[in-house]
Design a protein around this ligand. Structure first.
Ligand code: CMP
Ligand code: CMP
Length: 249
């Protein structure tokens, strides 16, 4: 969410933050309460539960780890807290007040979520996610433009980002045997993804990818990919079978 900020804005936000120590078992946010702050986790783990109906048992949603933020929804939408967050271990949090959030973060974050909402809803690999999970992906997106013929990924290099195609077309080529020319192995259109292998397998880029037309891409960095697309592991792995036609190994 803070990725949409420039350096000056980030400095203001950091100055406004207050440290908060939490004991294991403490309830930090209670679903239904009014909310005035959001939290960033520096240390510890916190569990998130949500009741979907009046008489329903709360359902476990996720565990927050250092580097993650929660409690932004009440501030973004002026709504009651949408879930309950309880400290699983002792935790060190940084609290950001509504006023600073509204002045500095809200517009940029909301604009970014709105901007990518429709696009992300059409991406096949993200179909199993709910709107909230997709909005977290929107937070982490960086946009890149390429001209026809530009190289996006070079086979054999280290890779630290995953790509989704916002618009345009691309293709992948792969040198199947050393010394041989590269073979075209895949075509991509809007909504497709590539660059997952280097992140999933901690390996070098397994193919090169070029812009076939003017190309607009959304990139997601390694940490966000692991955190947000981790649940899609199985689907990504299954889709890798597509590559086996060309890959001897
Ligand atoms: P907020 O509604 O302010 O307080 C509860 C927080 O739980 C919420 O902001 C989100 O940061 C977090 N949360 C995590 N998963 C969900 C979810 N699926 N729906 C709503 N809130 C969620
Ligand atoms: P990565 O290895 O991170 O970077 C190059 C990408 O090209 C790779 O992830 C896949 O997303 C994609 N790709 C397309 N076809 C193949 C293939 N036959 N073998 C490996 N990667 C491929």
């Amino acid at each position: 969410m803070f990725k949409a900020l420039n350096k000056d804005e980030l400095d203001i936000v950091i100055d406004a933050m207050a440290e908060k120590k939490i004991n294991a078992g403490e309830v930090v946010i209670k679903q239904g309460d009014a909310g005035a702050v959001l939290y960033v986790v520096e240390e510890g783990q916190l569990d998130c539960f949500k009741k979907f109906g009046q008489d329903e048992e709360p359902k476990y949603l996720k565990t927050y780890e250092p580097g993650e933020a929660f409690g932004e929804l009440a501030l973004l939408y002026n709504a009651p807290r949408a879930a309950t967050i309880t400290a699983k271990t002792a935790a060190l949090l940084w609290e950001l007040d509504r006023q600073t959030f509204n002045h500095i973060v809200k517009d940029a974050a909301q604009k970014k979520r709105d901007k990518y909402e429709d696009f992300l809803a059409t991406v096949p690999i993200l179909q199993s996610m709910d709107n909230y999970e997709r909005s977290k992906i929107a937070d982490s997106i960086k946009e890149h433009d390429f001209a026809k013929g530009d190289k996006v990924i070079q086979q054999g290099e280290d890779g630290s980002v995953f790509y989704l195609i916002i618009s345009g077309e691309a293709y992948a080529t792969k040198i199947l045997k050393e010394g041989e020319q590269a073979t075209e192995v895949k075509n991509y259109k809007a909504g497709d993804y590539f660059g997952e292998l280097a992140l999933l397998k901690n390996a070098q880029r397994a193919a090169s990818v070029y812009a076939k037309t003017q190309l607009k891409l959304a990139s997601i960095d390694r940490d966000s990919f692991k955190r947000l697309l981790g649940p899609l592991d199985q689907i990504l792995m299954r889709n890798m079978a597509d590559y086996s036609y060309y890959n001897a190994n």
